[in-house]
Every structure is written in structure tokens, then in C-alpha cells.
Design a protein. Structure first.
Length: 557
């Protein structure tokens, strides 16, 4: 995966730039972070890279040691919360560093600034800046806010977290230097409400949007409920599979449950900047990955054989010079072999290829009788997991809302699924039933496009059976590209005369995004270089387990 030609629309690069600016002052410093900013920074820089910038120590703001370090500067990168301001003002009463540099990840209100000024009796505050890295950069064109379970505006999580949502989207616009027009999903009260809150904030902070270059840009706010199919499907590209079957959390993956795993591989880090194999194979499908892993192992064996052939002092010198690279390469090989091994094991043990085939059939086709009898077979076959049986019925209930859902629920009860598990089928309908969704999720509203997709699938044959599904986002992007995104479905927040196609687009999804959608964005950007560029953000990155958990949360509200 090549690095983005649009550096100004690259979220990883944007956060790295902020960190560089914070640490550019010469001299020894301590970097003080809060729980969220620690995660935000760790997504774009390794600890060893930061140590090279004369950072002597890392501290968490709520757990700072009391030891005085008056020969050090304190560099703080924190969110502008009441809790953090209280910790700062306490610290300033009895300073432990010679100077304090405060960098907030979002706008700081005047009351907070006054509190800091009052507490700074010893005149140790050197600077206060706002650097808008208030989101977790995952891929150059994908970010998350790492928030859990915000599927509906009715939920308590929504009320508590609306400010965090506004902060996250607002900071992404400033980090990418965009002053966009705003559109939202007409069937979603949540997207409208968030749009209004962001517009209010933009109007209040209009001075921050004084960018020299202002080409046409768009912020489109979507709701997960418009596409409940994508988070339910098994994935077959590398990044998406790892998240689906093992879960990626702030670039970290636990392999602790893998059989016979070595101690040093129980948790592995996947970073686009520091792992060329991961970067280059992020979007490869499972079949091609096997060949890539084999090449990687072959390269390793070549290097190992070369190293084994040390005959002279000169050979030894070369080996020692290259040893750190060899060691790091060796770790990369072990990590990806272990990941691939565990993914293959889970796919095989859970018979995921069979399950994926029926999932894709439900997501993409309209052949009720054959698919129904196949679902009955799957429900009755003990080799498939309860979760996979449940998800297949959930997908059926989206495709055939008025079909035989009741009979399938009876069958699930008969094979031992609990009432709580089965209740998720109704929860999904009350969250994302046909009446509540915007857009043409099942491709049935437009008979021409439906007919075309059937022909296309016929021509492509079965080779791509596991990846024929395209998220709703695919169609939305296609409409944006053709300048045909319907205004009644995705209204503008305020009246606008603009008829131009936007060049830079930020899409934000309330309720979470998936790595299948990240792949859709990457593919779109690759095909439209110089035409338009999209960055995708969401409240969190979902896999099927997380989505089911979030659906069950809506039951409790």
C-alpha cells in the first residue's frame, strides 16, 4: 500500500505532524499523556521513535510521580476535560518541571484557560496550544473515536458522548484543514443532530477555519443502521480478518488463545509505518495471503543461510552491522506466520467458508427457496457455532423481513440457543428494519441496477464467492463521484448553491465502521487519484461480536 499522495488528507500523517511540533523544542523532556492521547500517539509512533526526540520519560497525567525534575520540561498532550484541567492546576501549585508546554487535542474554553493562568503563580507555563489530534488514526484514510455502543440516539451512551462525538469529528476537519459543507442521512435523527452540533461549533470557532486553500469539501454523516449487513459478514482480507477473528485494539492483537503460542507472540503489534509486510498485504484476500507468507518465509531462509556462511572477519562485520535488521525481519516473519496460522485454524475449526458462502448469498442474491433450506441445514448441523447460526438468521431477517423468520427462530430454540440470543433478531429489526433505513441496501429499489448486478455476478462466476458483497458505502461513493447523491436521502444541513462535486470528503458513521468499508474507501481512493479523496471515520471499528454486543445494548435502553 503506497503512502498517500494527498498528504493533506492522511490522518496518520496529520497526527504525526502534531507530535513532531510538540516535541521539536530542544532539551530533555517528559511527555505527559492521558488515557486517550496515549492511545492516539501510540497509533502513529513507537515508543523508541519518541525517545529519539529527547523524551526522557512518559507519564500518565492521572498517575504522575511526585519526584521533582527541575532540569526537565513537561510536554503535555491531553484532552481538554475538566478532570485534566483540575490535575494541571494542582500540579502548577507545586511544579515539578522547569517549564510546562500544554498541547490540547481540541479547543480549550476560556474558563479552563483562566484556571490555568490563575494557578500559574510561579510563571512556569511556557505555552498553550491547540493541536487537533483528537482521534485514533488507523489507516491513512481511516480513523475511529474508540467509543463503544452508540447505536441509537435513544441510548444513554449517546447523551453522555455527544460532546466526544462533536470533538472527534470537529478535530478531524481541522487536522485535515477542511471547512466542509455538511450532509446527513435523512432517515436518522442522530445524524441530523450531530450535523447541527458540528455546524454550531464551526460557527463559534470560525477563526480556526481560515485556510488559504479552500477547495470544495464535504462532511457526510451516516448512520450504521442504514447498513446492518456489513458488520455481520465474515471477512476475507487480511486486516479485516484479523479484526473479525482476533480483534485489533489500538494496533495490538492478542494471540494468547492460540494453541502452543510462544510467550513473545502472545500480543503482537500491527503498524503500517513499521511493518512493511502488513502494509503491503493489508487488503489482500485469504487465498493470496498464503503466497505472500510463503515468499516472506523464503526471503527469511535466504537471509538466514547467507548469515550462516560467515567465513572471514569482513563477513562477520557485515553480519553484525545487519544484525538488527535481520532480528527485526525475523520478528516480522514469526508474527505473520503466527497470525496466519491462527486465522487458518479458526476458519477451519468453525467451517467459516461454508458459513461465508451462505452469508454472501443472503447479502447479495434473491433466491429464497434454496437459501431457506440451506439455513435449516446449517441450524441443524452441530458442526457450526451458535453465533454463526444466529447471524445467518439475522441476515435472513434483513433480506426477507416478512419471510419465515418465526420458523427459523423456533429452529434456533430447538437446537439450544437461549431466548436472549434469539431476541437479538427482533432487536436488529427495531434498530435497522426496512422502514428505518436510508439508501438502497438490498439493491432492489432500482430495478436496472439490480438486473445489471445479477448479470455481472453471473459473468464473474464463483471464484469470488466469498467477497461479492459490497457495502452500502460503495453505492454512496459512486453517487458522490457522479454528483448524483440524492438530496432527499442525504440533505444539506444548510441551503447551498454548490453544484460542484466535492474534491475532499470526510465520511463519519455513527454506530461504527468496519474494515470492509475501510477497504471500500482505499479502493475508491486508488481508482480516483487526483479526482477526489475520501477519509472514513466512525465512533469505533466494529467486528461481528462487537456489533452483536451493541445490538444487545439497545435492548437494555
Amino acid at each position: 500500500m503506497a503512502s498517500s499522495p494527498h498528504k493533506h488528507m492522511d490522518v496518520i500523517h496529520a497526527v504525526q505532524e502534531y507530535v513532531n511540533k510538540m516535541l521539536k523544542e530542544p532539551g530533555m523532556k517528559v511527555l505527559v499523556l492521558d488515557k486517550e492521547t496515549a492511545g492516539i500517539v501510540s497509533m502513529v509512533y513507537t515508543q523508541s521513535e519518541i525517545l529519539q526526540k529527547e523524551v526522557f520519560l512518559f507519564e500518565k497525567i492521572d498517575n504522575v510521580s511526585k519526584e521533582k525534575m527541575l532540569h526537565m520540561k513537561g510536554v503535555y498532550f491531553i484532552r481538554p476535560t475538566q478532570e485534566n484541567i483540575n490535575l494541571i492546576t494542582d500540579e502548577l501549585k507545586d511544579p515539578k518541571y522547569s517549564k510546562y508546554h500544554f498541547f490540547f487535542s481540541n479547543t480549550v474554553n476560556k474558563v479552563f484557560l483562566d484556571d490555568i493562568a490563575k494557578a500559574d503563580e510561579q510563571d512556569v507555563v511556557a505555552e498553550i496550544q491547540e493541536y487537533f489530534g483528537d482521534f485514533f488514526a488507523i489507516n491513512p484514510d481511516t480513523f475511529s473515536l474508540n467509543m463503544q455502543s452508540i447505536l441509537s440516539k435513544r441510548s444513554l451512551g449517546w447523551a453522555m458522548n455527544i460532546n466526544r462525538l462533536v470533538d472527534g469529528v470537529f478535530s478531524s476537519m481541522l487536522a485535515l484543514k477542511k471547512k466542509p459543507i455538511i450532509r446527513y442521512s435523512s432517515n436518522s435523527e442522530a445524524t441530523r443532530y450531530l450535523s447541527e452540533k458540528i455546524a454550531e461549533r464551526m460557527s463559534r470557532e470560525r477563526d480556526l477555519f481560515d485556510f488559504r486553500k479552500t477547495n470544495e469539501s464535504l462532511l457526510l454523516i451516516l448512520d450504521r443502521k442504514d447498513d446492518p449487513i456489513t458488520p455481520l459478514l465474515h471477512q476475507w482480507t487480511y486486516q479485516a480478518m484479523i479484526h473479525e477473528l482476533l480483534t485489533i485494539s489500538n494496533n495490538r492483537v492478542s494471540l494468547a488463545n492460540a494453541p502452543n503460542i510462544k510467550e513473545d507472540l502472545k500480543e503482537v503489534v500491527l503498524s503500517l509505518d513499521h511493518d512493511a509486510f502488513y502494509r503491503e498485504n493489508l487488503y489482500k484476500n485469504f487465498g493470496d495471503l498464503g503466497a505472500s507468507i510463503k515468499d516472506l518465509v523464503d526471503q527469511y531462509q535466504d537471509k538466514a543461510n547467507t548469515n550462516a556462511n560467515i567465513q572471514t572477519i569482513d563477513d562477520m562485520k557485515k553480519f553484525i552491522e545487519n544484525y538488527p535488521n535481520f532480528l527485526s525481519f525475523s520478528k516480522t516473519v514469526s508474527k505473520h506466520v503466527a497470525l496466519m496460522d491462527e486465522l487458518s485454524r479458526i476458519v477451519s475449526v468453525n467451517n467459516l467458508m461454508d458459513i461465508s458462502e451462505i452469508q454472501q448469498e443472503l447479502a447479495c442474491n434473491h433466491d429464497h427457496s434454496s437459501v431457506y433450506s440451506r439455513i435449516i441445514e446449517i441450524i441443524n448441523d452441530p458442526k457450526y457455532s451458535e453465533k454463526d447460526k444466529l447471524v445467518v438468521v439475522m441476515l435472513y431477517s434483513i433480506r426477507y423481513e416478512d419471510g419465515h423468520v418465526w420458523e427459523l427462530k423456533e429452529n434456533l430454540t430447538r437446537v439450544g440457543l437461549s431466548p436472549k440470543q434469539i431476541s437479538l433478531i427482533d432487536s436488529l429489526k427495531s434498530y435497522a428494519g426496512a422502514q428505518l433505513r436510508e439508501g438502497d441496501l438490498l439493491g432492489t429499489k432500482n430495478i436496472f441496477s439490480f438486473a445489471k448486478s445479477v448479470v455481472k455476478r453471473g459473468l464473474q462466476g464463483v471464484s469470488n464467492i466469498y467477497t461479492q458483497h459490497k457495502p452500502l458505502l460503495h453505492e454512496i461513493l459512486d453517487n458522490i463521484l457522479k454528483n448524483k447523491l440524492k438530496e432527499q436521502s442525504y440533505p444539506f444541513l444548510s441551503p447551498t448553491n454548490t453544484k460542484e462535486r466535492p474534491q475532499d470528503i470526510i465520511i463519519f458513521m455513527i454506530g461504527g465502521i468496519t474494515f470492509e468499508e475501510a477497504l471500500t474507501i482505499y479502493t475508491f481512493n486508488s481508482l480516483n487519484v487526483g479526482v477526489c479523496r475520501v477519509v472514513l471515520g466512525g465512533t469505533n471499528v466494529l467486528n461481528c461480536n462487537q456489533f452483536l454486543e451493541d445490538i444487545s445494548e439497545t435492548l437494555r435502553k
